[in-house]
Design a binder for this molecule. Sequence first.
Ligand code: AMP
Ligand code: ZN
Length: 492
Amino acid sequence: MPLRLFNTLTGQLDELTPSDGKALRMYACGPTVYDYGHIGNFRTFLQVDVLRRFLLLSGIPVRHVMNITDVDDKIIRNAAAAGVSIGEYTKVYEKAFFEDLESLRVERPEQIARATEHIDRMVQLVQKLAAAGAAYQAEDGSWYFRLKAFPEYGKLSKKDLSGMEDGARVDVDEYEKDSARDFALWKAAKPGETSWDTAIGRGRPGWHIECSAMAMEYLGDSFDLHAGGEDLMFPHHENEIAQSESVTHKIFARHWFHVRFLLVDGRKMSKSEGNFYTLRDLLLKGYKASSIRLALISVPYRHQFNFTFDGLIEAAAAIDRLRTFTARLKTGTFAAGENPELQAAALEAQADYIAALNNDLNTAEARAPIFDLLRAANTAIDQGSLFAGDRDAILAVLASFDRVFDVIEDHDAEPTRAALAWAEQAGRMNDVAPELLARQGLTDEAIDALVAERTTAKKQRNFARADQIRSELAEKGIVIEDSKDGVRWKRK
Ligand code: AMP
Ligand code: ZN
């Protein structure tokens, strides 16, 4: 059974298969690296990760391209305020973004494309649009897309754009709600702003052109799937279609995958609303990366999802059950043989979980058969009717499930450690939950106690233990300094 996925363009569930018979070519709009990402952003990247991993699990190779928007209005504004170049400014947030993806175990796309490294390609596209009569240059030197040149404008978002004004223009990168206007492809240089000297004049690209240029560069004029959060459908994705199809006269992306918002109290989680949490905020509150991953993927992508801390606690409990159960299977001793009922239950769980994902990536339904299997197997273990063959069959189902969900194997120590190291360096130790410090053995009292134990060990010439304590603390970012006045410690 192939994957059937809702396609915004056709308004129905469509089968998703590689059109070239080889690899599924997909483009996902990436982050604007002007700040730390919030977990609403990560919901979108996580749902794309579920799609990607499920395709791979189904035996379909994937060629996944993601852009990094490293030049836009906000970046230019913030870099200028900080007195640094845009490159220096974005470097920090791009690095943080990839660290966060790693913490959440989001797989890396095959290709990362930075806007500032593809300016030539964008300029060429503007030139082609101009030659096709779909772009014009305004008095100030900026270039605009002529909406009237693309009668199909609006086919993705299905908005009624009949009232659109011919020649009315918009040049901000920020999202626009309902007005369709000629949009900026290239913005003429303003004094003091980053700009490039090109064949279409000195300036910098608009936001939309980068995705058209880079998607076609790496995936060809026509490719299989384009992804992003629901806010990008209009105007960003509509504009991408217009820019690309006006030049190629081919369908740009066959399938459009839009992830609905993460909400807080019914409102979109966003920087401008101020109702957001970054991944780091949550890690410092003591939530584990796996809980955040599971909570953000368990509500299917086509539903908006209201963020709550209870949701994180529920996810942590579910993971705990999965991990305890897996350990019980791995460490228990089971007699050789098979229980036909459990063999059938394992087959059924596998089939049901795959069927749920094939049905428009229904991650909520995909979880249920795994927990049914867990219950049946636990009962069988208690009754002595689970055998080695069943253990192997069930572990195989769990491994398959984890290929997509990736929460059973425990990788939680590193993200927490990294978040603490970051908090230390960013002066955010006040935001660290006391329970987390205690769990890490990092309260001042715990450290004082270890340092005192080390001093005693040294006096007793137990240097092995003294060294062990020093390296244990070093691993947690605590440095011990011996001086003639005694021993001091500090956080690195
Ligand atoms: P940005 O860095 O603002 O361009 O956003 C990166 C990605 O996150 C885009 O695909 C957005 O559509 C998506 N996004 C932004 N806010 C949310 C939210 N509250 N829930 C889900 N996705 C979001
Ligand atoms: Zn984009």
